[in-house]
Design a protein around this ligand. Structure first.
Ligand SMILES: NC(=O)c1ccc[n+]([C@@H]2O[C@H](COP(=O)([O-])OP(=O)(O)OC[C@H]3O[C@@H](n4cnc5c(N)ncnc54)[C@H](O)[C@@H]3O)[C@@H](O)[C@H]2O)c1
Length: 271
């Protein structure tokens, strides 16, 4: 599916988190958004975002484990916007805490939402998608914790986050030279001392991590570089937005970070 404009997306759990991010990104590409979420307060907050921007979005309070309600929600979505061509099975829950404290109820709840909810989505929408035959996609979101041990993920997150802080500190130093007139919504005190100390302390912590962590970081980085140079560099919405702002104002944009992120959410400016 390349041309998303005007098509309908049904996004479970779209009231918050990852699914709300998906809803914003698809709306920015011109899709009509149906958000299905169990929580009314999440729905209301999410819908306010779309209302403020005049983007077509419709909220349905739905527990994805309820099969009858799921079918009714699909009917409501079709009645509101027409046939659904993208189903995002994104609602997910987790019982945080030690596994030995989990009860049967905890396991049943997680299985019914994380697995049962996805099955219900597929059962509800696949026959409808085949019937309208407009070309459809189903997107299922899972956590890396489903594929890798949690301790390994934690180690990778540690080294990745520290490395990101090294880059941020270095960027503060470099951008003072390469883009001195940029409007800066935040101030870094005692430059260059604070960024240099930041780099050194992060590197110190990184070198205290086991060697295999470094290998994982390097391999992860290489994969990231391939994706970035083969796709991300050309297609980055943020890059197009910044290029537009710099060509218009001669400097990178000012304003609060939140405002800029919201403007980036809306996609590159139309010529
Ligand atoms: N947050 C992350 O960093 C991350 C990373 C990788 C994968 N994921 C996966 O993405 C999915 C969403 O995670 P998140 O962090 O955005 O969670 P979240 O808690 O922010 O959002 C989940 C949404 O689903 C809704 N929901 C919960 N149960 C529901 C049900 N029965 N029916 C309908 N809606 C229901 C909640 O109300 C909430 O709005 C999960 O499957 C998670 O494993 C998250």
């Amino acid at each position: 599916m390349k041309d998303l404009a005007g098509k309908v997306a049904f996004i479970t759990g779209g009231g918050s988190g990852v699914a709300l991010g998906q809803a914003k990104a698809f709306a920015a590409q011109g899709m009509k958004i149906v958000i299905a979420d169990i929580r009314r307060d999440h729905l209301d907050q999410a819908l306010a975002y779309f209302r403020e921007r005049n983007l077509p979005a419709h909220g349905i309070q739905l527990d994805i484990t309820d099969r009858k309600a799921y079918a009714a929600a699909a009917d409501e979505a079709e009645k509101t916007f027409g046939p659904v061509q993208l189903l995002c099975n994104t609602a997910g829950v987790s019982q945080f805490g030690p596994v030995q404290q989990a009860t049967y109820d905890d396991w049943d709840w997680q299985m019914s939402v994380n697995l049962g909810g996805v099955i219900n989505g597929i059962q509800t929408f696949v026959p409808r998608m085949l019937a309208h035959a407009l070309g459809s996609h189903i997107l299922i979101t899972a956590s890396m914790a489903g594929f890798l041990p949690l301790t390994l993920l934690a180690e990778m997150t540690n080294i990745g986050t520290l490395f990101a802080f090294v880059i941020v500190c270095a960027a503060v130093l470099v951008m003072r030279k390469t883009n001195p007139d940029a409007n800066r919504p935040f101030r870094a005190p005692l430059v260059p001392l604070v960024p240099i100390l930041g780099i050194l302390t992060c590197l110190l912590l990184m070198f205290s991590l086991p060697a295999e962590n470094w290998w994982r970081l390097i391999i992860w980085l290489l994969i990231g570089f391939v994706i970035y140079f083969a796709y991300g560099r050309k297609h980055s919405v943020m890059k197009h937005y910044l290029e537009h702002e710099i060509s218009k104002h001669g400097i990178s944009p000012g304003g609060s970070l939140a405002t800029d992120v919201d403007r980036i959410d809306e996609g590159p400016p139309k010529p």
